[in-house]
Design a protein around this ligand. Structure first.
Ligand SMILES: C[S@@+](CC[C@H](N)C(=O)[O-])C[C@H]1O[C@@H](n2cnc3c(N)ncnc32)[C@H](O)[C@@H]1O
Length: 164
């Protein structure tokens, strides 16, 4: 893989300045054709690779930077704008996020950086952090209610195998 960056749950790539950056492998487990639901509110999920972040189809140590912004809601109307745009956590979502973290660190280069975004509108961050094999280095809150966390992790030199 010659790209240095991977976004494992890119959705509509809302936070990307360049949504076609050739140095980024955009991934999601779905595709959604462009559709404007309300004026200026659209959804388009068009990843380079359709895959599951619990089983990424990339070799170990492949990327310098991994971006992980998984769904953060356990409930939202099935046809609601929020569910369509950001997806919902279903079933054993804790195990899903644990495997997601493990896969993010597996595909990271040694010393690579993981940026993780979590919006704690329904689930507090303190329930999510134990699902990562390593603790974050630092973080920052944003948003009107300051409930969106941006966290930075670094893969340790002696990374655990399989995140265990
Ligand atoms: C919070 S949204 C990402 C929003 C995106 N960062 C943006 O800027 O628009 C979460 C995305 O994760 C995707 N997703 C959910 N479960 C997934 C999985 N197991 N593997 C890959 N993607 C998944 C959803 O389809 C959704 O697009």
């Amino acid at each position: 893989m010659d790209k240095r960056v991977i976004d494992v749950a890119c959705g509509s790539k809302m936070f990307w300045f360049d949504k076609h950056n050739p140095d980024v492998e955009f991934c999601d487990n779905r595709t959604v054709p462009y559709h404007e639901y309300y004026p200026h509110r659209y959804i388009e999920v068009s990843p380079d690779t359709v895959c599951d972040f619990t089983a990424l189809p990339f070799e170990d140590d492949s990327f310098k930077l991994v971006v992980f912004d998984p769904p953060h809601l356990t409930w939202a109307g099935d046809t609601s704008w929020t569910a369509l745009k950001y997806g919902c956590l279903k079933g054993d979502w804790e195990e899903m996020l644990r495997k997601g973290f493990s896969e993010c660190f597996r595909v990271l280069d040694p010393d690579g950086v993981l940026v993780f975004k979590w919006s704690e509108v329904q689930i507090p961050l303190k329930k999510i952090l134990p699902l990562s094999p390593y603790p974050p280095l630092f973080g920052h809150r944003s948003g009107k209610n300051m409930n969106t966390h941006w966290l930075c992790f670094m893969k340790p030199k002696e990374a655990l195998k399989d995140g265990k």
